[in-house]
Design a protein around this ligand. Structure first.
Ligand code: GLN
Length: 540
């Protein structure tokens, strides 16, 4: 292993949901803009092999990579904030580590030894850090450790990074601890004790942070910085304030730059690199803060009360807003409310309607009603994965007159399974059981709205679904006016549908939300928001 690679380990203290992933990603942005090649990875201490089977209520969105890996949503931040290339090796869970160790044990690789957390589990974890360094050719590898210091299940990971840092030497490893500095209303003060205790907890296991990133609601004054410096044994300039953002998460890299976090890192590693030029990033923020236009978009889902469940969808909408100089207000609408009180109650006056992906029957009828409302009232509609399937079902029922049309996922007895399991899909997939996962090419039909937006005839998009548009109904749909705007390159599976006599009605079987960045919004999202804005203009 080359000793030149530098390693940053990001841990979290006090509480979860502090935005460690965001901090890691934002630091990645700064370092990339200083000309360094950065690789990012996430270690998750839970025992699931991957988050693919976890409910969004437990874990937020499952973020899918090109190679079909179902990963933690922090990897979405990594991709949106940096140019790092991610594969299934960038997200490691305890489940994977133990699976690997137990496979080796069964194969007899340990030659009769007692298999233990130290060194066998910790070695396996360290291997993943080295493997990424080697595979990525990065100058800096940033490893984020999920969970909070003090969690029992996180201990093997912390022990592993301690050993790793010892091996590569103190100038090649840096520890960033993201902590919480709460504001106590009754006292009118920010409190540093939780941070002191969290750092003490780290010291117990032999880890000493080089940089403290303090998440807080109010600015941290000099005195508090000095106090944390003293009690936590970090230089006062390494106490970084990361206040709640005013407008957008995309302010975080600029905030960290103002606090000179990237300078600290480069000094620590002895890297002589130019300062980060963040002009393009500032431009993004300018557009976010003072957009010329404003639209209100409805997202109709079933996990609407949970911000993280549709994270990439919301971010992609915001990116498209930046591209269109359009401020976005996202109205999160529970599909079950639509079932109870009708579509009009919740959807009237919206500039556009989006139905994201999903599994399970709850709320499906509400989503179908939302599609019908959008189609009949010429409100721009964008359907993602399940959002495409419900658009198909709605069209079958209300335009083709196929009563009771449904997806086999929700009604195995339906007379008209317009969404079904197709034999063809098994030729293309079988990576994750019966799930179609990861990036696949899609052939875009000429002279369609989608072709115009993509500006290409073959595109690649990420998938995560089991059911497909049923080809037995394809002719009927096309005769009735639905355009099959995209298929797999062999033409066998429908990927994209649109309606002609509508300001914007596009629905795709894949997940475009995994390929959008603040500086390069996804063409379909961009087109959707442009259409929403145009539709509002027409109405006013
Ligand atoms: N539940 C649907 C399927 O499995 C859609 C999946 C999704 O929206 N990601 O095909």
């Amino acid at each position: 292993m080359s000793k030149d690679v530098k390693y940053i380990f990001v841990t979290g203290g006090v509480v979860s949901s502090l935005g460690k992933g965001l901090t890691a990603a934002a630091l990645g942005t700064l370092l990339e803009n200083r000309g360094l090649k950065v690789a990012l990875q996430k270690f998750d201490p839970y025992l699931n092999v991957d988050p693919g089977t976890m409910s969004p209520f437990q874990h937020g969105e499952v973020y899918v990579l090109d190679d079909g890996a179902e990963t933690d949503l922090d990897l979405g931040h990594y991709e949106r904030f940096t140019n790092t290339k991610l594969t299934r090796f960038n997200n490691l869970t305890s489940g994977q580590v133990y699976q690997e160790v137990l496979d080796k044990e069964r194969r007899g690789d340990y030659l009769g030894k007692t298999v233990q957390v130290i060194p066998h589990v910790t070695d396996e974890i360290q291997n993943r850090i080295r493997d990424l360094a080697e595979a990525s050719g990065a100058d800096i590898v940033i490893t984020e450790i999920g969970g909070t210091t003090g969690d029992i299940e996180g201990l093997p990971f912390l022990e592993a990074i301690r050993e790793f840092a010892l091996d590569v030497g103190p100038r090649n490893a840096a520890f960033v601890h993201v902590t919480f500095v709460p504001f106590i209303n009754a006292a009118g003060e920010l409190k540093t004790k939780p941070t002191q205790q969290s750092v003490a907890k780290m010291r117990e296991i032999g880890l000493a942070p080089n940089i403290l990133v303090c998440r807080c609601e109010k600015p941290i004054n000099k005195e508090l910085r000095r106090k944390m410096s003293l009690f936590c044994n970090v230089p006062v300039e390494a106490v970084i304030e990361e206040k709640d953002v005013d407008h957008s998460i995309y302010e975080v890299p600029l905030m960290l730059q103002r606090e000179r976090m990237d300078d600290l890192v480069c000094d620590h590693f002895g890297l002589d690199v130019p300062p980060a030029d963040m002009e393009h990033w500032q431009e993004i923020i300018r557009k976010l803060i003072a957009p010329r236009n404003q639209v209100r978009i409805g997202v109709v889902g079933k996990y609407v009360e949970l911000n993280d469940a549709y994270k990439s969808v919301y971010e992609s909408i915001i990116h498209a807003g930046i591209a269109n100089d359009c401020g976005i207000e996202i109205e999160k609408i529970d599909a079950e409310d639509i079932e109870k009180e009708g579509a009009e109650t919740y959807l009237k006056g919206l500039a556009g309607i989006l139905v994201p992906g999903g599994f399970g029957e709850r709320g499906v009828e509400g989503k179908i009603l939302a599609v019908q409302y959008a189609r009949e009232n010429s409100v721009p509609y964008f359907g993602l994965c399940l959002g495409m399937q419900v658009a198909t079902i709605e069209y079958a029922r209300n335009v083709l007159g196929l009563e009771g049309a449904h997806s086999l996922e929700f009604d195995p007895e339906t007379k008209h399974p317009v969404i079904a399991l197709m034999d063809e899909q098994f030729d293309v997939t079988l990576k994750g059981g019966t799930m179609r996962l990861g990036a696949q090419d899609c052939q875009i039909a000429p002279e369609t709205k989608s072709a115009e937006l993509y500006g290409a005839s073959v595109i690649s998009e990420r998938h995560r679904h089991r059911f497909e548009f049923n080809n037995n109904y394809r002719d009927q749909f096309e005769t009735a006016g639905m355009v099959i705007a995209g298929t797999t390159t062999d033409g066998k599976l429908v990927e994209l549908v649109e309606l002609k006599e509508h300001p914007f009605f596009i629905a795709c079987q894949y997940h475009p939300e995994f390929l959008s960045k603040p500086s390069a919004s996804h063409p379909l999202f961009r087109g959707f928001i442009a259409a929403c804005h145009a539709a509002m203009d027409r109405r006013s």
